[in-house]
Design a binder for this molecule. Structure first.
Ligand code: ZN
Length: 235
């Protein structure tokens, strides 16, 4: 069984009526609902307002893959918790970072670059799968149309990814490395761009398939977590 924790800032959905209409119970609940349909997934959720953002040592020890969505509270996120998440990724926990979570402290700490990009509201996207042989692309169409999506464009200041599996093309002409994988320590990371909070993108079956594949890809391959600092088995 794969233990998955879906973490969401859960601010926009509570504060804006139009966003609440899209995700009445929050983005995390929407994502957890489709993940729970996978027979071998055990899913829990956590949000910013919980003590230690719900990402305690106990929760992370019991998590094979962490999914994060964040936007408005990046700076308010605890440095201590971000460092803890980083340590768990280096020790083998998988990480799937969605949409604006590129700019989270967790991603900045793990990848070491500014993570900046171009952006613009109210665009549409064609998401092209450019590595159909990659496990994250299994069962995914060659192109997915997102009728409404925020534009994220290059230059995206990330370190060179292990793989760029999806390229986004926006109606304004910009392109973006929309689905990238990275390795850090013993951990695998998948960054996936679609999912602006105003649009019902996480209800799309093709997007759900990619996130499920991303979780499976990022799952630890070693039976035990090993700290790369001390080579000690963590649990
Ligand atoms: Zn957005």
């Amino acid at each position: 069984m794969l233990k998955i924790t879906v973490w969401n800032e859960y601010k926009h959905e509570r504060e804006h009526e139009d966003i609440r209409k899209v995700y009445p119970e929050g983005i995390h609940t929407c994502i957890a609902s489709f993940l729970e349909k996978e027979e071998d997934f055990i899913v829990r959720t956590a949000t910013f307002d919980m003590p230690e953002h719900g990402l305690t040592e106990e929760v992370l020890k019991d998590t094979d893959v962490l999914i994060i969505w964040s936007h408005a509270l990046q700076e308010e996120f605890s440095d201590m918790v971000a460092e803890r998440v980083k340590r768990h990724v280096l020790s083998g926990m998988g990480l799937v970072a969605l949409h604006s979570a590129h700019y989270s402290k967790i991603m900045k700490k793990l990848l070491g670059t500014t993570m900046s990009l171009k952006w613009r509201h109210d665009d549409s996207e064609k998401l092209w799968c450019i590595v159909p042989t990659h496990p994250i692309a299994a069962g995914v169409p060659e192109m997915i149309t997102l009728p409404k999506e925020e534009m994220y464009g290059e230059f995206f200041d990330i370190p060179k990814p292990d793989d760029v599996i999806f390229t986004g093309w926006f109606s304004g002409g910009e392109v973006f490395r929309s689905g990238c994988t990275f390795s850090r320590g013993y951990g695998k990371i998948f960054y996936f761009q679609p999912g602006h909070e105003e649009y019902p993108i996480y209800y799309m079956p093709e997007i759900q398939k990619i996130i499920c594949n991303g979780v499976r890809f990022c799952a630890p391959v070693m039976p035990e977590r090993i700290c790369p600092d001390c080579e000690e088995v963590k649990h």
